[in-house]
Design a protein around this ligand. Sequence first.
Ligand SMILES: [Fe+2]
Ligand SMILES: [Fe+2]
Length: 343
Amino acid sequence: MEARPQRIRASAARIGMKLANDVFSPTGSVIVNKGEVLTAHLLHKIRMHNVEHLYVILGQHSAQEEYKNINRKALNQFTQVYKKTEAQVKSSMQNICKGEEVDRDCLIDVTHQVMKSIEDPKEILKYLYATQLEESSIFTHSVNVSILSNLLGTWLNYSVEEVKELTIAALLHDIGKTTNTYDKVHDYKLHPQLGYDMLKKQGFSEAIAQAVLLHHENLDGTGFPLKVKWNDITEYARIVAIANYYDNKTTGGKTLQERPDPYKILQLLEADRFTRFDINYVNTFMSKIAHYYLNAWVRLSDGRKAQIVFINNYALASPIVEVDGELINLYSRSDLKIDQVLQ
Ligand SMILES: [Fe+2]
Ligand SMILES: [Fe+2]
């Protein structure tokens, strides 16, 4: 990435950032010179003078910038396939709502087309994060959840047939929201039941229909619509619940700038894994994502730059990092966490 000056709020300035311009006090005198690298002392000085904005040179890639730097041609190709599948999902869901027969193989093809449109399947999470359509819709959300569920089912060693069934369930998990009569305010908590009824009527398997019915249930009984717990929540539903949560937090309805750093999602999932989700499934999901960031450079919450050198399997969002030759186990440092993934 080319270094370029960027105007930021003084409150967003961090240790290690390089100043692109002189910083002036409100009375017009220079308090820090252009080219200086911010230290704790300089940051304190800037804040003491109530400076509102400053220009810095961003020498590191943020996760979003890294994702923006995905080969543009590859991303365009991916986006084309993705857009096409959005239209296919929309028409399939509308046909199911109208009571028309829908070919199950065509449904599965939608997810496979997107997954096969990039060279390295491991990159799919990065591409989903980077793809920005004019607006994200229930149909793109459905495609994302089906891809994430397909990956998780595969990581859990499900058979080909099971992964297929799970992928269809994930693709249709919100179909209850797509009927003409659906009212966002009054019917939201009913959409799993509406979806279940519709799919049963169309002859989908009980396993698929149950996954749709139970995808908002939490293992501690705090979900909806049935408020069931533990063993009453089927395996497919537990998987779709994690994929649904991850997609809602990362891409769902958000512009690229609004999307949280991927590590933040790991921290959120870690906090919720004992109450809402199946711990084994969350651990598998998080472990794959966490290992994807092994050796990545990150910015810590105290502003220091660090490298992830070891993943703690018992605390996946709190790895061991190296900062200037010192190893820090973030699991034993409740005051310190990862703020941002750099390149
Ligand atoms: Fe839902
Ligand atoms: Fe959903």
